[in-house]
Write a protein that binds this ligand. Structure first.
Ligand code: ATP
Ligand code: MG
Length: 720
């Protein structure tokens, strides 16, 4: 193909054609990093003759992976696109080939949060725990932490211990967090489940213990490329280092100004210090922006310039002038949504397809008002909400049927054994659970063994067993899409939805079938039920996106790496964006980078909006400092702001910035220090809570220790 090198600038050409060694591209938003990456892939395949299966191309989301596959297919005309995937998805591929190294079966299960919650629910019920003992969110964090601390013994433990041994630990545990931790490991092991973090850790562990497997993957992956490198975390970095250690061909691209996942453990350091870690690193810089109008680029440059911890660099626009960046201040959230709806209708009247319009916000809950107004205004929209599609009831149910047939695991059994009703209600489930615990078997096996018991008279238990048997035999014969359709039909699940008259749910099932079909086309021979189930747990909303002509709604995090002709960024209020959770100067800079990511998604038009009103805690909402970070001359306000609102906002922001400076200094006291508080009197520092930026202080006059913000005025007690 001759168009691979067309439409590339000098730096991109260099990045695409320099194929050997360590390369780093540090470049601004919309400067063509991802484009360089996909053209490089095509160049390797079409010009060098490298095999796609020898190239690993890591993207940040599944959606980005799908888009890159499309681009590369168009460039090479080849359907084989090798490993273009997220780190997690790549790890699933490794495990599908090599998980036997840790004595796990290929039918291991990838667990998403909903699966983990279902396991927790089981444990809580069994052991009489309630959410007051620990919320599921906290429990997940706790498990994650304990697994980390136990690293590396954790694997040995998980791999060596039988389900029975884990069960014993669980049954003997007394403290709530021990019960939850061991109960979870037991559940995980019983179904050979792996959560997201396990995926990478298991791969690293297998590489550690089995040099032959490691070498096989190292030799196989002749070229490794990584997009969005500014948001790589320690585990991913370790994996990448191992993988490139044989051929030593590594090509990474990133933009330090778009680091938005440090809260999840990512670090921009890996990008900035890349040249110190590897030898002969060549660095390519690109600053010209090909995505957005000069107006949008100017606003984005002004915004990010307010960050102090950064290398100064401005994006240089290349496109012709466009519409001004607009700022609209609304009196209420409803009014804000209505203004956006009208603007959208106006754009549509002037010929903009709705699918070209995207609304971005800081957090999911902000979509509620928009949805209400859009429904009323009859504006079609699609929400991209990370987990939404694949965590819908009907989708989970359908996938559970597939899993039950393939794995006969407890999670799926619990979900669908009695949907549609088979008279297997709570009492009979409890009977099965007790039997399963006593005999250390799965619920399905329990039912198989006890189905002739009186308790299952007048139930459809036998029919359920027959259904699973029959379909298990079909797994290797039918394509997944057909299996799914038949299963939904013969299980009576689809009929159930039909009698319930829920068209939306049926539509979603149709969408799911479509996504299975797409998967088969994408993966060809590899598209077994096992691989579908393993990958589906990693999928998110956007992956099953329909091509319908509707406005898109999503969080800024979801929009990372994407571009849209028309962007509305709404909810730009203090306490919302920047989020009120920000307590440090670094945190504030990350919020500003996130806002920068939002600005730089827009191609033709960018509109910023905010709404007055009150937060849940009663505090008043002011326009975001991010609006004031952009020179007034670069924005077109739809109306003048009330001067009092402006001065109040300024005061509020100033005092907040002062607070951030104070906390930036870190704790001034340590445990054991004697302090004096102007109101509470003297006391002693017991502990420091760095997450909350607070001290735990035992005041002499109060019996219990109290958390006191580091912002509070504490003086060192005069020594006696
Ligand atoms: P981000 O930081 O947001 O991920 P990016 O650097 O990956 O951005 P791309 O998505 O690769 O940028 O490119 C942005 C837009 O500019 C795309 O529409 C792309 O097709 C276009 N583009 C990239 N390079 C060129 C070029 N040399 N000539 C014309 N258009 C280009
Ligand atoms: Mg990109």
């Amino acid at each position: 193909m001759d168009n691979i090198l067309d439409g590339l600038n000098t730096e991109q050409l260099q990045a695409v054609t320099a194929t050997e060694g360590f390369y780093r591209v540090i470049a601004g938003a919309g400067s063509g990093k991802t484009r360089a990456l996909s053209h490089r892939f095509a160049y390797l395949v079409s010009e060098i003759g490298a095999l796609p299966s020898g190239i690993l191309c890591v993207t940040f989301t599944n959606k980005a992976a799908a888009e890159m596959k499309k681009r590369i297919r168009a460039l090479t005309g080849d359907n084989d696109t090798g490993y273009i995937s997220t780190f997690h998805s790549f790890c699933v591929s490794v495990l599908q080939e090599d998980i036997s190294a840790v004595q796990y079966p290929k039918s291991f299960l990838v667990l998403d949060n909903a699966d983990i919650d279902a396991m927790l629910k089981l444990i809580y019920e069994e052991r009489g725990l309630t959410l007051r003992d620990m919320t599921f969110g906290k429990a997940r964090d706790m498990i994650e932490m304990r697994k980390l601390v136990k690293d590396p013994e954790y694997y040995e433990l998980m791999i060596a211990m039988t389900p029975e041994a884990l069960q014993e630990k669980y049954l003997n545990a007394a403290a709530a967090d021990d019960i939850i931790f061991w109960g979870y490991l037991y559940q995980e092991k019983k179904c050979f489940g792996l959560d997201y973090n396990d995926l990478i850790k298991y791969v690293l562990h297998i590489f550690d213990i089995d040099a032959a497997i490691r070498l096989k993957w190292q030799q196989r992956l002749e070229y490794i490329m990584i997009d969005e490198f500014q948001d790589i975390d320690a585990l991913q970095y370790r994996l990448m280092r191992v993988l490139c250690d044989y051929h030593k061909n590594l090509f990474i691209v990133g933009d330090p100004d778009q680091t938005i996942y440090t809260w999840r453990g990512a670090s921009v350091r890996y990008l900035l210090e890349f040249d110190k870690e590897f030898s002969n690193v060549r660095t390519i810089m690109m600053m010209r922006n090909y995505r957005s109008t000069p107006q949008i680029v100017a606003a984005a440059n002004a915004l990010i310039a307010a960050n102090k911890i950064r290398v100064d660099k401005d994006l240089i626009p290349t496109l012709p002038d466009g519409a001004p960046v607009v700022y609209h201040h609304a009196r209420t959230a409803g009014e804000e949504a209505l203004w956006i709806a009208h603007e959208i209708k106006d754009l549509a009247d002037r010929g903009a397809p709705l699918r070209d319009i995207t609304i971005l916000y800081r957090a999911h809950y902000l979509s509620r008002t928009l949805e209400e107004v859009f429904l009323r205004e009859e504006l079609p929209y699609t929400i991209f909400s990370g987990v939404q599609f694949f965590s819908r009831m009907e989708i989970k149910d359908a996938l559970s049927y597939l899993r039950l047939v393939s794995l006969r695991d407890d999670l799926s059994f619990l979900r669908v054994a009695n949907v549609p009703k088979r008279n297997l209600g709570q009492r009979r489930m409890k009977f099965l659970q007790d039997y399963a615990v006593q005999n250390s078997c799965t619920l399905y096996a329990a039912l198989e063994r006890t189905v002739d018991d009186d308790i299952f008279k007048n139930t459809k238990a036998k029919r359920l067993l027959a259904l699973v048997e029959r379909f298990s035999a079909l797994v290797s014969e039918l394509p997944v899409s057909e299996l799914l359709s038949k299963l939904l039909d013969e299980s009576g699940y689809e009929a159930l939805l039909r009698t319930e008259g829920s068209q939306e749910r049926l539509d979603n099932l149709a969408e799911l079938k479509q996504s299975v079909h797409d998967f088969e086309i994408n993966c060809g021979e590899e598209s077994t039920l096992e691989s579908y189930l393993a990958h589906v747990a990693l999928m998110t909303a956007g992956d099953a996106e329909s091509g319908k002509n509707a406005v898109k709604l999503m969080t800024v995090h979801t929009a990372k790496g994407l571009e849209f002709p028309y962007v509305f960024l709404c909810g730009l209020m203090e306490g919302v964006f920047p989020s009120k959770k920000v307590l440090t100067r670094e945190g504030m800079e990350e919020e500003r980078r996130l806002c920068f990511v939002a600005f730089t998604r827009a191609e033709k038009r960018l509109c910023l909006t905010d709404a007055e009103g009150r937060n849940l805690d009663g505090s008043y909402r002011y326009p975001s400092r991010f609006i004031f970070n952009v020179d007034r001359a670069l924005l077109t306000y739809t109306g003048e702001l009330d001067p009092r609102l402006v001065s109040d906002t300024r005061l509020m922001i100033e005092s907040n910035e002062k607070m951030l400076e104070l906390t930036a200094a870190g704790p001034s006291f340590g445990p054991g220090d004697r302090v004096v508080h102007s109101i509470m009197g003297s006391g002693e520092i017991v502990d420091i809570d760095r997450d909350k930026n607070a001290y735990l202080v035992k005041f002499d006059s109060i019996p219990t220790p109290r958390k006191i913000s580091m912002r509070a005025r504490l003086e060192r007690a005069p020594s006696q």
